[in-house]
Design a protein around this ligand. Structure first.
Ligand code: SF4
Length: 481
């Protein structure tokens, strides 16, 4: 498991007060929202809702039978001359890559964008052993130079302006300060082309693993993944095992949804199918082909039938773009590489609910994430479940004595009607009528503590009735009112 850093409250404040950052994030996510909305509109894609249901069902079926499909996938990869490697965590992935690099005398790795390798800090682990790995997706490359982690799962450098990029390039590459985006791209291209030519190993992620053909499917817009997977003599695809789908014929459902949900494109520019090393007569492709299947906590998530759906995620980023919380606090205030609503759902499951207990509460529960999720993950429901787990965890941590005392006292009072009535009359006397009849806006200072203080700082509370039901009943029977 990779590290997750708890966010300081001052970091949130800094983000909220940074007008340029707020504008950059709001504009970029707003643009992506608009493009998605147009791409899935009923007159453009009338079968959109049907596709979402199908995608959900396909993922459900595959993950409910993952053991079977993993074996099937391995069988096909092996038949094509590749090799499947199962890794429990990031250390095992790094060990495998380091061992292979050592055996083959490899010195340079090129990488295409992969959240899974970000998840396990693969670059840092390799750098620790003096093995250089260079990101080749433009956004990822900029972030690698700036020593930052992705801000967004689809658009990793979404928070940076072209002026920020110009400064990073000048500082790290020693080039003149260049603020024209096309020219910045050419600068990166010039550096990266050389790396592609020199690299011994290419490492990619995978958008989908197809069980019935053994194919690794990668979608991208820049073409760097194609070079990463075909130029070096060794290729390693690192994928979470949840990327599996059962059949090749299911792929169009996901391809139609992924591009549209992510960037509003009907299809991404390149869709690559990798199924083993170069075959006889082929002009390019690697000599060796490995698929590393990463667990890193996924089997733990699989065990929970309800929460298992968080593994259906195809990392389109739509829930981030539509989340009012993500749009304000941005990607770097989330403790792990996965940010936004899906980050708030999977991080506590991978790291434990006690690690960042505020995370499932970082949501307005407006439901936008569920509405736009192409695989229909019920994120609000999962957040509520996790909130309940956090509360139980905290109660357990405190030993639960306070709650137990309160409920024992409550049960005792409920068993003694006269005391219950007496306490009702006392409560009415304690809380006199305020400026809003029937409601409490404040309480006497000695009571304004703990949860009551928290509640009344934001909301009001119904005032205890001045006369109880029993008192009303008695006076009615006596003929009063
Ligand atoms: S949870 Fe759904 S909307 Fe969010 S990134 Fe994953 S697939 Fe996309």
């Amino acid at each position: 498991m990779s590290k997750a850093a708890t966010t300081e409250p001052s970091k949130f404040r800094q983000t909220l007060e940074d007008a340029n950052l707020q504008l950059a994030v709001y504009t970029a996510t707003g643009r992506l929202m608009e493009k998605r909305r147009e791409a899935v509109a009923a007159d453009v894609l009338p079968e959109y809702q049907e596709l979402r249901t199908q995608a959900h069902e396909i993922k459900k079926h595959t993950l409910d039978n993952l053991d079977y499909y993993l074996e099937l996938f391995e069988e096909h990869v092996t038949a094509h001359g590749g090799k499947v490697v199962y890794c429990k965590d990031g250390s095992e992935v790094a060990d495998f890559v380091l061992r292979l690099a050592k055996e083959r005398g490899a010195r340079l790795i090129v990488k295409s964008k992969s959240m899974t390798t970000e998840e396990i800090d693969l670059n840092e682990r390799l750098a620790h052993h003096q093995l250089e790995s260079v990101e080749t997706d433009l956004g990822e490359y900029i972030l690698q130079l700036a020593h930052q982690r992705p801000y967004h799962i689809v658009a990793p450098a979404l928070h940076l302006t072209r002026y920020d990029v110009a400064n990073i390039f000048t500082e790290k590459l020693g080039v003149e300060n260049e603020t024209v985006i096309e020219k910045q791209t050419m600068i990166a291209r010039g550096v990266l082309r050389q790396k592609f030519l020199q690299a011994d190993i290419g490492i990619s992620g995978a958008n989908f693993l197809v069980a019935d053909s053994g194919a690794v499917v990668i979608v991208e817009n820049e073409g760097n993944a194609r070079l990463t997977t075909s130029a070096p003599r060794i290729h390693i695809a690192v994928a979470g095992m949840e990327k599996m789908i059962a059949r090749a014929q299911d792929l169009p459902v996901f391809l139609k949804l992924l591009g549209r949900s992510a960037t509003g494109q009907p299809l991404t520019v390149y869709t690559s199918f990798l199924s083993g090393p170069r075959r006889e007569g082929e002009v390019d492709g690697p000599e060796e082909f490995y698929v590393v299947l990463l667990d890193n906590g996924r089997t733990r998530l699989l065990a929970d039938r309800e929460k298992r759906q968080s593994l259906y995620c195809i990392r389109c980023g739509a829930c981030l773009n539509h989340c009012p919380v993500y749009r304000k606090v941005g990607g770097h205030n989330y403790p792990w590489v996965y940010s936004g609503p899906i980050g708030a759902v999977i991080t506590p499951q991978y790291m434990g609910v006690g690690k960042d207990p505020w995370l499932p509460f970082a949501s307005s529960l407006c439901g936008a994430c569920y509405e736009v999720c192409p695989v229909k993950i019920n994120i609000p429901k999962l957040l509520l479940d996790l909130r309940s787990e956090v509360t139980k965890f905290k109660a357990k941590e405190r030993g639960g004595w306070a709650e137990r005392m309160v409920f024992r006292l409550w049960a005792w009072v409920m068993r003694h009607p006269r005391i219950y009535e007496m306490m009702g009359s006392m409560a009415a006397a304690f809380f006199p009528e305020g400026e809003k009849p029937g409601w409490l806006r404040s309480v006497p200072s000695f009571m304004n503590i703990g949860p009551l203080k928290g509640w009344l700082s934001q909301r009001d509370l119904p005032r205890p009735a001045s006369k109880s039901f029993r008192q009303h009943w008695r006076s009615r029977r006596k003929g009063g009112r």
